[in-house]
Each structure stands twice: as structure tokens, then as C-alpha cells.
Design a protein around this ligand. Sequence first.
Ligand code: SDX
Length: 428
Amino acid sequence: MSEIGVFEFRGERYEFPVEIGSENEIAIDIKKLRGSTGGIITLDSGFKNTGSCKSAITFLDGEKGILRYRGYGLEDLAANSSFLEVAYLVIFGELPKKMELERFENTIKSHTMLNEEMKDILDGFPKNAHPMGILSSLTGALTAFNPHSVDVNDEEQMYQAICKTMAKIPVIASWAHSKNLGKPMNYAHNDFDYIENILQMLFTKRNERYKINPIITNALDQLLILHTDHEQNCSTSTVRIVGSSHAGLFASISAGVSALWGPLHGGANQAVIEMLENIIADGGDVEKYIAKAKDKKDSFRLMGFGHRVYKNFDPRARIIKSAADELLQDLDMDDPVLAVAKHLEEVALNDAYFVERKLYPNVDFYSGIIYRALGIPTEMFTVMFAIGRLPGWIAQWREMRLNNEPIGRPRQLYIGENQREFKPVEKR
Ligand code: SDX
């Protein structure tokens, strides 16, 4: 559905189509702006007001705190579905029938082996290399072993490439973890399901079989569902723009991993725990850190707080906060960091600075509490985020390619020097 928008400038009147989305969002289609105005462009650093595409995958309403994958509410999916079911939904658009889910799971299982030469690449990293750097590099390296670019219009080729990606990334993630620990690499085993395999690859020791704990597998399954997709966030936009040059799926996801690593994005889940541990080490003075976060002269930010889109509670943070409480109770564990996190949230949400700026806890504020309870080290938190976001990256890449989106190439407003004559060095 579309209407018309009008732009008037220097006595000229320009009309542009206005598109209305299925949730009544409104977008001015400016694809003809530059051509019809003799060169005028828009300027929007950080793309805070700019839509990069039309998408049918995820809908979120930041004011109302709504998040839906393919029309299904996040709360429903988190309570009733599995991560692989949600991955299938996000990628293919429908919840899978029993046979489809079985085929998806079995095809993924058929692709979990990595070429042993990947270990030679891994050996090149120092032991203390950050696992996100390893994950990004080895994901890109998968192209070396899968050199033929996938025909996105060939359904079976695309299906196999999708399952290959879903299969291999968690294995690489576990190898990055083993590398950091100086331990032997583990492999997926077809006796385990997708979530059980992630855990057994992270924690299996050569001298004992990994024991499945349903409380732990269910907690991880739900946490990964909550990370599956989030429309055009920084890393997804990166996957889309890299893929728009027709770079392959592995290369595009490798770029997305690097974008997610930043502490303003997925890297925040690691930064939150480090911040909370610092507050505890510094005597637990929460008010001192709230004051630092408000002080414009202080570069300190309350990690895990604020969001580009959510100006209300991040619905994922709500679910994760109660899941963290429940998991610690079920495992009969106590985590002093959780108490500090709750105290920090309570003080911040009653402080004008945060209330006026609509800064609420986001997905990263409590997720680290769950990862810690699962025995996952802090440096692996963003790797776990990447595993959760993988289906979303795949879905968005596939949608961009199937929609034949043009190569992403933004314009700019030049503010540099005007033309000037070259001066030989002796005259400078
Ligand atoms: C994720 O986009 C997504 O969907 C991402 C994600 C996903 O699922 O993919 O949801 C995952 O990345 C969540 C966000 C994780 N990052 C953090 O928790 C890092 C801390 N948060 C901030 O750095 C910040 O809130 C951002 C980066 C998340 C959002 O930044 P914006 O939208 O660019 O907002 P801004 O920096 O312009 O802030 C607006 C105001 C500023 O103050 P004023 O200049 O108006 O006085 O709010 C302040 C900021 O200084 N502010 C904060 C703050 N976040 C914003 N002040 C203190 N602490 C903070 N955390």
C-alpha cells in the first residue's frame, strides 16, 4: 500500500511514494530523490531514521516493547518452541512440520565435521586469542573448503548451505573455547541434539562422558531463541551489505561476527559482567557507577543499558531476568553479580537521567548471569550470542539475495577541502 509524500525546497516541489508496512509503519521511498532533485541526498549518521530494506522476518516495536519472529510473539516461542524450530521459522518463514524439523536436524547433523586442516589455521592463533576473533577468522576460512558460491535460487543448494552453516559454526565456537583452555578439540556427536551438542563440545573432557542436564539444556535453548534475530541491527546490516556484493554466506557471516564483537553491540554481554565484577571489586558502590554513567566527562557507560530501538523494556531482558532467577534456584546456585545487577537496575530506573533518555536494561544486561551459571567463561559470551543470532543472519542474507537487493553503496556529504593546486615539497 502506498501514498504520496511532498518535499519542497528552494521553490521546487517534489513528490515521493510513501510505503505503509503490514504493521502500519510508514516509510518515504527516496530511491528517486537524487535523480529528481539534481543531487540532493539525505544524511542520517547511524541510520537512526533510515530503513535499509523491506523485510518479512522480524517485527519490533521499540515504544511498546514488542518483538515477533514471522508474526509469532517472542514470549510464545520462548515458552513453547525449540531453538532449531525457531531457526527454521526465521529462515524459511513457517514453523516446521514434524518431518521438516526432523530433516532439518538430521541434515545439520550430517554437516558437523570440519576439515582437519582447519586445525592448522587454529594453531596459528596465540592461546589467549579472543574467541570472537577466532570465530570470525575460521568462519571466513570455511570458504576455502567450500569454494563454490551457492546459487540462492537453487532450493536444495541453499538448504544444504544453510544446514552446513548451522552445523559448523557451533563446532568452530567450541574449538575456539578449547584453544583458549589448551584442551583437545571436541566434535559434535549424532547421539546428541543441537543444544546438547553445543554444551558437550564446550565441556566434554577426554576422561569422562558429558552428562546431559535438562535444566541446563533448556536454559540455553531458550536463551538462544531470544537472540535469534533482531531486524536490522549492526551485525545483521553488516551481513546484508557484505552479501549484497554477492560475497558468499560464510564470508558475510564472518563479517557479521566481527560487527557483533563490538562492546556497543553483542560484545556488551561480556562488558556487563566485567562492569558488575568491577563494581563488586570496588566495594559494591552502585551509586558511584550510576554517577559515572551520567557524567558527560566520564567515558563510563552502563553496559547492558539503553537501546537504539527499545525506548521501553527490551522484552528479551524481561524473560532473561526471570530465567536467570529460575536457573540459579534450580541449580541451587547463588551469584553475587545478579544481586548487584538488580540493584543497579533499580537505582537506574528511578533516576531522571535514565528515565528521561528511556534507558532500560537490554538483552545483554542479564544474559551473562545465565552463561555463568552454565559454566561458560566471560570471553565466550559474545560467541554464544553469535550462535543464537546465526539463524537471523542466514535468514536476512537469504531474503536480501532472493529479493535481488542492489549492492549497498551509501552516498556522503563531502565537507573536505575544495580544489587546490599541488605544491612540490620544497614549496610546502
Ligand atoms: C545489542 O540494535 C540492536 O537490535 C542490537 C541488539 C540485537 O539484538 O542485535 O539488541 C543487541 O547490541 C544491545 C545493545 C548492547 N549495548 C550496550 O549495552 C552498550 C551500552 N549502551 C549504549 O552504548 C547505547 O545505549 C546503545 C549503543 C545501545 C544505543 O546507542 P544510541 O541509540 O546511539 O543512543 P545514544 O548513544 O545516542 O544515547 C542517547 C543518550 C546519550 O545521552 P545525551 O547525549 O542525550 O545526553 O543516552 C545516553 C547517551 O550518552 N546513553 C547512555 C547509555 N546509553 C545511552 N548513558 C549511559 N549509559 C548508557 N548505557
